[in-house]
Design a protein around this ligand. Structure first.
Ligand SMILES: Nc1ccn([C@@H]2O[C@H](COP(=O)(O)O)[C@@H](O)[C@H]2O)c(=O)n1
Ligand SMILES: O=P(O)(O)OC[C@H](O)CO
Length: 327
């Protein structure tokens, strides 16, 4: 039995349907160690070693079908003339994994490079500059990767209408001169800071269509986003601006079983009032040298089992309403 954030994990006798690797917030930069705004140590050079250990463990295990990188591939302090080099260096490490890696945008990715360049470098499976997509590793499961910065002040050209609209939105929600400061904001309103963002209207409608289709197919859906979507699994300062709108769509269907995120580096886990698991993954960046935060997740018909390295908690996520058999 393993110790977990959610109680003891019981080793399953059944074979998982598939297994996938997870890692979040590598935030690599070839710079000296530093600290977060609140003083938490950040190991910018060591984080790539954490990724190397993850890839080596996944390859050694032999049954990891794909991996998911939850964003912030490089750090905002990376010198801008090195951004391309740093992103490519981290992508090269992911390329050593014997399977595909699915990436998503984090705020730090967008401090470094424009969206269009990142979509190509991260080989996102989309046919445009869109940074949200879905894939299905087996008929019973569907993964939805959200672009949590679709509506944000980050990554769009200065003269883009989204930049203007998101700047206005933030101006209305956050009175501070420094829009990265949540000072004076109360409770979940503390999420209205510039390093967060939202899922835009078109993406919300696309999400609803995907969930409708997945419900008809009786699929278990896993939502992946850089930004967490439940206050029980992250600090209010780290939440997606419109997590409530996304979750209102999720609650129209009963196919979403778990939401995974990065961004809030301490990690967290909760089960919401509708039985959906929210698991924020511990960051690779804040692992002291020699330690690691990555894991693999075993997918069963009725649960997910996260098996983490030393710096990532194991978590058993049992589904409340078991998936009905395929028609
Ligand atoms: N201008 C700012 C920036 C950040 N904070 C707070 O610090 C926390 C950590 O910030 P990092 O960007 O370094 O991860 C963040 O969660 C904010 O609460 C701030 O107050 N003002
Ligand atoms: O990785 P950062 O610098 O965006 O920090 C994220 C915040 O700590 C979220 O609460």
């Amino acid at each position: 039995m393993m110790a977990t954030t959610s109680g003891p994990v019981h080793a399953s006798t059944a074979k998982p349907m598939f297994t996938f690797g997870v890692i979040a917030d590598v935030q690599y930069a070839d710079i000296l160690d530093g600290r977060s705004f609140l003083g938490v140590p950040r190991y910018y050079r060591h984080s790539i070693s954490v990724l190397q250990r993850a890839v080596s463990a996944w390859n050694k295990q032999g049954n990891i079908k794909f991996s998911i990188n939850f964003g912030d591939i490089v750090d905002g302090f990376c010198p801008k003339d090195k951004s391309l080099w740093a992103v490519q260096k981290v992508v090269d490490e992911f390329d050593k994994f014997d399977g595909p890696t699915y990436h998503m945008f984090g705020n730090h990715c967008l401090y470094n490079l424009p969206r269009s360049k990142l979509v190509a470098l991260l080989k996102m499976p989309t046919d445009s500059d869109r940074a949200y997509y879905e894939f299905s590793p087996c008929p019973e499961y569907r993964f939805v990767v959200l672009d949590a910065y679709d509506f944000s002040t980050l990554g769009w050209p200065r003269d883009h209408p989204v930049t203007a609209a998101a700047t206005k939105f933030l101006e209305e929600k956050n009175p501070n001169t420094d829009k990265n400061s949540p000072e004076g904001l109360v409770g979940v309103d503390r999420r209205f800071v510039m390093f967060n963002g939202a899922v835009g209207k078109e993406q919300l409608s696309w999400l609803s269509d995907v969930l409708q289709d997945a419900s008809e197919r009786r699929q278990n859906v896993i939502l992946c986003s850089h930004l967490p979507m439940d206050p029980g699994a992250a600090s209010p300062v780290g939440l997606m601006w419109n997590y409530d709108e996304v979750m209102a769509i999720v609650r129209r269907y009963n196919c979403v079983k778990a939401c995974f995120a990065g961004h809030d580096h301490r990690g967290g886990h909760t089960v919401d009032s509708h039985g959906v698991h929210h698991r924020t993954l511990e960051a690779a960046l804040e692992c002291p040298p020699g330690t690691s935060a990555f894991g693999h997740i075993e997918a069963y018909p009725d649960k997910l089992l996260l098996v983490g390295s030393d710096g990532m908690d194991d978590t058993e996520m049992c589904f409340q309403s078991p998936a009905r058999p395929l028609l």
